[in-house]
Ligand binder design. Structure first.
Ligand code: PMP
Length: 406
């Protein structure tokens, strides 16, 4: 038996990829809960609301009417028409049906895109802090992530000269995510234009626009996406979105993308030999989500905005922590630079954001994620997709944890 364990070797493709730190923290938090500790977990990347009833009913109807078979590989005709309508209505972008694809989450859609386009050594530019999965997906697909750090002073947004400097002949994609996980930063038209100007000068670089948090944008800001602003760039842009965050449907696994026909066809090849179609029932539910009433989306946005304001205010009242007010998504990305070098009651030195987050969990039962997991420290990410009571209590515990550092 030992031999079998010893002879197991990971493929080189995934040798350097570990189970994400976020999942590790989640597992540790769950373990402490089982031990009876009152842990508050602010790590989740999903709305704490229920999928609306009209969407659930559409899924139940789909089951009852026998929509339980394989469907067209990358989405039923009905779903593609609903996605087409969404892009026209909400973003003012016209896509033909063969420019649209659906998969098991926005994540699969992006994975398909990288698998379909990256040859060994091809580069994908990521603006840090970035959603960890991007880098790992690029590596699995044989590509090379090129990380461009963004500063808090620039609102954690990629700056045009930094993008220009990062582009090489091997650059295949630039990945933009607005509003962003983990920083909550969003690009308005004014901030997006200079980025798109750079891309126009480099026709070999494609743009993947991850718009999954589109509907979680606060203070009345208008959402903009590249394909809508620059018709010329639409020819080399993959716009990715999904129902997970907008309709509280993370478990249904349904995301979609739109882009040039040849790219969409290549992505279908990847999906055809991996998962085939996304779940037929989830597709029916997504049609109901996209075509149905949208009032809950706005109500949830208002709830999230209120929670954001609460968390930002509480964090900024803590000596040693400073927190920029994010424009969207449901995360704050606060700096703990002011705490680095301090000591815990047991004499341990807080020498990094990871050490700070470990301390918060182990001594004050709050689980948050270190910024270094997203390529930028010393910060920590809070997901405020949690109840008001949990957020209040968590902020009190973080304040207590910080004030007991020496
Ligand atoms: N993009 C970002 C930035 C995300 O945070 C997430 C979910 N954590 C996804 C994409 C994936 O969404 P889906 O559930 O549609 O796969």
């Amino acid at each position: 038996m030992t031999g079998a364990v010893n002879t197991f070797g990971r493929a080189r493709r995934i040798a350097a990829i570990e189970v994400s730190e976020i999942l590790r923290i989640g597992a540790l938090a769950a373990q402490r809960r089982r031990e009876g500790r009152p842990v508050i977990v602010l790590g989740a990347g999903e709305p704490d609301f229920e999928t609306p009833d009209h969407i659930k009913e559409a899924a139940i109807r789909a089951i009852r009417t026998g929509q339980t078979h394989y469907t067209v590989l990358d989405g039923t005709g009905e779903l593609k028409v609903a996605i087409q309508g969404k892009f026209r209505r909400e973003n003012g972008i016209q896509y033909a049906l063969d420019e649209i694809t659906a998969g098991a989450g926005a994540k699969q859609v992006m994975y398909n895109a990288f698998m379909a386009t990256l040859d060994p050594g091809d580069e994908v530019i990521l603006a840090a802090p970035y959603w960890t999965s991007y880098a790992d997906m690029v590596v699995i697909a044989g590509g090379q992530p090129v990380v461009v750090p963004c500063t808090e002073a620039n609102g954690f947004r990629l700056q045009a000269p930094d993008l220009e400097a990062a582009i090489t002949p091997r650059t295949r994609w630039l990945l933009l995510n607005s509003p962003s996980n983990p920083s909550g930063a969003a690009y308005g038209e004014q901030q997006l234009r200079p980025i798109l100007d750079v891309l126009r000068r480099h026709p070999h670089v494609w743009l993947l626009s991850d718009d999954i948090y589109e509907h979680l944008l606060y203070d009345g800001a208008a959402f903009v996406t590249a394909a809508q602003l620059e018709p010329e760039l639409k020819e080399r842009t993959l716009t990715v979105n999904g129902v997970s965050k907008s309709y509280a449907m993370t478990g249904w696994r349904l995301g979609y993308g739109a882009g040039p026909k040849a790219l969409i066809a290549a992505m279908a090849v990847v999906q055809s030999q991996s998962t085939s179609n996304p779940c037929s029932i989830s597709q029916a539910a997504a049609v109901a989500a996209l075509n149905g009433p949208q009032d809950l989306v706005a109500q949830w946005r208002d709830v999230f905005q209120r929670r954001r304001d609460f968390v930002v205010e509480r964090l900024n009242a803590i000596e040693g922590i400073s927190c920029r007010r994010p424009e969207g998504a449901f995360y704050t990305f606060a700096s703990c630079a002011g705490l680095i070098g301090r000591r815990t009651a047991t004499g341990a030195v807080i020498d990094s954001d990871s050490a700070f987050c470990r301390y918060l969990l182990e001594s004050h039962d709050v689980a948050v994620v270190p910024g270094s997991c997203f390529g930028l420290g010393p910060y920590f990410r809070i997901s405020y997709a949690a109840s008001d009571a949990d957020l209040r209590q968590a902020c009190e515990r973080i304040a207590a944890a910080c004030s007991s550092l020496a």
